[in-house]
Design a protein around this ligand. Structure first.
Ligand code: FAD
Length: 393
C-alpha cells in the first residue's frame, strides 16, 4: 500500500495543534496528520460527560476569556457560546469572601462598612514599604500588607508552587489584582464565555475536514519514521523532543480528584479557593460553568504536586535560561515548528495559545488568500513574548 505524503505531521491535538491543523487544511488545502498520545482530542481543555451524565473538565476548570476579537471570532466558527462570567470565593477565617480582594472582601472579613475611598486609605495604611520589589512576597505586601498576604496569598502560593513567595520571582505575581469597588468578576476581559456544547465538540468541529487524519493513543515517535511528512508542528514538551539533552525543564503538576454529589448545587459560585489549611487549592463545581440542568452535581478538587503531568512551568531565572538553550536547538530544526504551552515553556491561557498558533500559521506562508487576515489580527498583542504570570485560570 502506498501512503501519500502528508504536508504536516502535527504532534498534539490540544488547542495549538488543532488550530494549526484546521488552518492548514481548511485555509491552505494541506494534508495533515495530527496525533496525540492521549486517547482524546482537546489536550488539557478536553471535557466529557462523566458516568452521571454531567459535563466535566478532566484536567481542571477551563474558562474562556479574551480581549481579542480575532481569537473569539475565529473560535466562533466552531462553537456557539454560553455567556459566563467566572466568580471565585476564598475560604478565609471561616468565611467565603470574594477574590480578587474587593470592597466586600475587606468589609466582610473585618466587619467594616468602608466606602471605596476609605478602602484606598486602608490599603495605603496596611501596605509595607519595600525598597526593591524582587520577590512575590514583596509584590503582595507592598500592595495589601502582611495580614492579607498571610490570609490570602502565602499559603496558596506555597501549595501551588511548593515554594514560599519569598523564594519566587516578582514576575510570578507581577501584580496583585485588588479592587476598591464591588466588582467580583474573576476576569475583566471583553469576551467571557463557555463553548455552548463543550470544548470537545468544538475540537471535533475544528478537525472535521477530509484533509485531516487523526491518530489518538499515538506518540509521534511511533510513527514519525513510518509516515512520510514534509514539516512537523510540535506542541509537546520541548525538552522531551531533544531527549532532555540539557536536563528536564521543571514543572509543577496537579492531581485532580473528581466527585459527584447527590444534590443539584453545592457551592455559591463555580470555584472556592482554599488558601490555608486544606491540602487542595480549590474546588470547582462544573454546573456553574456549563449551565447544565441535572439533579446531581460534579466537583473537582485540585492538589498541587511536584511530580506528574506537566502543567505549570516553574518561573525561575535558571529555568528560563535552560529553556533558552532548548530554544536555540529548536531554531536549528528547519522542518519542525515549536508552538503551544509545552513547546515554548510558557503558562499560556487558551486565547494566547490560539493567537500564537494563528500567528505561526501566518508565518508559515501557507495562506492562500492575502491581505489582512484573521491570523495577523489575532497575533497583535497576544501570544507573543509575554512575561510569566501567576496562572489564574
Ligand atoms: C489546571 C489548569 C487550568 C487551566 N484553566 C484555564 C482557563 O480557565 N482558561 C484558559 O484560558 N486557560 C486555562 N488553562 C491553560 C490551557 O490549558 C492551555 O492554554 C491550553 O490547553 C494549551 O494548549 P496546548 O495545545 O498548547 O497544550 P495542551 O492542551 O497541553 O496540548 C498538547 C498535547 O500534546 C500532546 N503530546 C505531548 N507530547 C506528545 C507526544 N510525544 N506525542 C503525541 N502527543 C503528544 C499532549 O498529550 C497534549 O494533548 C489551564 C491550564 C491548567 C493546567
Amino acid at each position: 500500500m502506498r501512503v501519500d505524503r502528508f504536508d504536516y505531521l502535527i504532534v498534539g491535538a490540544g488547542l495549538a495543534g488543532s488550530v494549526l491543523a484546521e488552518r492548514l487544511a481548511q485555509g491552505s488545502g494541506k494534508r495533515v496528520l495530527i496525533c496525540d498520545r492521549r486517547p482524546h482530542l482537546g489536550g488539557n481543555a478536553y471535557d466529557h460527560y462523566n458516568d452521571a451524565g454531567i459535563l466535566v473538565h478532566k484536567y481542571g476548570p477551563h474558562i474562556f476569556h479574551t480581549n481579542s476579537a480575532a481569537v473569539f471570532d475565529y473560535l466562533s466558527r466552531f462553537t456557539a457560546w454560553r455567556p459566563y462570567e467566572h466568580r471565585v470565593l476564598a475560604s478565609v477565617d471561616g468565611q467565603q469572601v470574594p477574590i480578587p480582594i474587593n470592597l466586600d472582601t475587606i468589609n466582610r472579613l473585618y466587619g467594616l462598612t468602608l466606602t471605596a475611598f476609605e478602602l484606598e486609605a486602608f490599603f495605603a495604611r496596611v501596605a509595607e514599604k519595600v525598597d526593591r520589589i524582587e520577590t512575590s512576597e514583596h509584590v503582595v505586601v507592598s500592595k495589601v500588607g502582611r495580614e492579607l498576604y498571610e490570609k490570602f496569598f502565602r499559603g496558596y502560593t506555597r501549595k501551588q508552587w511548593g515554594l514560599d513567595p519569598s523564594e519566587l520571582d516578582a514576575s510570578v505575581t507581577a501584580r496583585v489584582p485588588t479592587r476598591t469597588n464591588r466588582d467580583d468578576r474573576y476576569f475583566t476581559d471583553i469576551y467571557q464565555a463557555m463553548p455552548l456544547h463543550g470544548y470537545t465538540q468544538m475540537f471535533e468541529r475544528m478537525l472535521a475536514h477530509p484533509n485531516i487524519k487523526i491518530l489518538l493513543n499515538t506518540d509521534y515517535r511511533e510513527i514519525a519514521e513510518l509516515v512520510p511528512w514534509r514539516e512537523m508542528i510540535y506542541t509537546g514538551p520541548i525538552d522531551a523532543y531533544f531527549d532532555h539533552a540539557f536536563g528536564k525543564l521543571p514543572y509543577r503538576s496537579l492531581e485532580f480528584r473528581h466527585e459527584t454529589l447527590p444534590e443539584p448545587r453545592v457551592q455559591a459560585v463555580a470555584t472556592i479557593n482554599y488558601p490555608n489549611e486544606q491540602p487542595y487549592t480549590r474546588i470547582t463545581e462544573f454546573k456553574h460553568l456549563t449551565g447544565q440542568d441535572h439533579a446531581r452535581t460534579s466537583v473537582v478538587y485540585e492538589y498541587p504536586r511536584a511530580e506528574g503531568d506537566p502543567y505549570y512551568p516553574v518561573p525561575r531565572p535558571e529555568n528560563a535560561a535552560l529553556y533558552a538553550r532548548y530554544h536555540e536547538l529548536a531554531k536549528a530544526q528547519p522542518r519542525v515548528h515549536f508552538v503551544g504551552r509545552l513547546a515554548t515553556y510558557r503558562y499560556y491561557n487558551m486565547d494566547q495559545v490560539v493567537a500564537q498558533a494563528l500567528k505561526l500559521y501566518g508565518d508559515l506562508g501557507e495562506e492562500v488568500c492575502h491581505g489582512r487576515s484573521i491570523e495577523h489580527a489575532a497575533a497583535r498583542g497576544l501570544g507573543g513574548d509575554r512575561v510569566h504570570r501567576q496562572p489564574r485560570g
